[in-house]
Design a protein around this ligand. Structure first.
Ligand code: GRF
Length: 241
């Protein structure tokens, strides 16, 4: 094989990749594949990070709806300020988790939501919900999973005395905080830290990696191999810095 052949191969591979990218972009436009539904329960600072990333063009997406189970969630006001439709679906109005989740799915599907982003949504989702959006539900968790799943990941990490804490964006599966990891960011614990200062620094990283991970997932071209999220080109994505 000559140098020229190798160059031709590279050029051909580049062109195939470009063609695939263009095709995927066309399909995304056709199917409204950039429409997000964000589910919240509280202050909504991660929602704000997504709103800001969309507003300043770092994230090519449309936030079609923000849904909260809690009518007093501060994030609802953030959404309204940004001109985003908000819906409150109170879990207390439903007799079972399945019935509640079916209501959520209906709200999301009626707005043609492609990707669901959990941003401090304090409800477990049933398999039925996850199956309605296969590999299309993301969650942000304030620890380096699989360490410290469940509530108060930052406090758990602090109590355990770890030297490196962090944040994880993962694809949601029916198991709690368990799906394939899209992005993680490490946050070193400093001597002067308290649980609160550590949580604040983790939050800064959450705000950085969540919009980035959403962009990666929307861009397509990735695959799941076993537990691994493998990005376009074959490399599994780790810390984004
Ligand atoms: C964040 O720490 C997130 O990781 C966790 O819940 C918290 C939500 O905070 N899942 P906010 O409502 O986005 O400010």
């Amino acid at each position: 094989m000559t140098e020229g052949d190798r160059n031709d191969d590279t050029t051909q591979a580049d062109m195939v990749e470009l063609a695939v990218e263009l095709m995927e972009a066309a399909v995304r436009r056709e199917t409204d594949g950039t429409r997000l539904g964000v589910l919240i329960s509280g202050r909504g600072s991660n929602l704000q990070a997504i709103i800001d990333a969309v507003a300043d063009g770092r994230l090519i997406a449309t936030i079609a709806v923000v849904i909260s189970n809690n009518p007093d969630a501060g994030g609802l006001e953030r959404a309204r300020r940004a001109g985003i439709e908000t819906v409150v679906v109170k879990h207390t109005a439903y007799r079972s988790r399945e019935a509640y989740d079916a209501a959520l799915v209906a709200e999301l599907q009626s707005r043609r939501v492609h990707l669901v982003c959990l941003a401090g949504f304090m409800r477990l989702l049933s398999p039925r919900f996850v199956e309605a959006f296969p590999e299309r539900v993301l969650n942000i968790h304030p620890s380096l999973l699989p360490a410290f799943p469940g509530l108060h990941g930052q406090q758990q990490a602090w109590d355990h005395g770890v030297k490196v804490a962090g944040a994880t964006v993962h694809i949601v599966t029916p198991e709690l905080d368990d799906g394939p990891i899209v992005l993680q960011a490490a946050v070193p614990v400093e001597d002067a830290d308290t649980a609160d200062t550590l949580a604040e620094r983790i939050l800064v990283e959450e705000h950085r990696i969540y919009p980035e991970a959403i962009g990666i997932v929307l861009a397509g071209g990735w695959r799941i191999e076993g537990r691994r999220f493998v990005a376009r080109g074959g490399a599994a994505v780790g810390d984004s810095r």
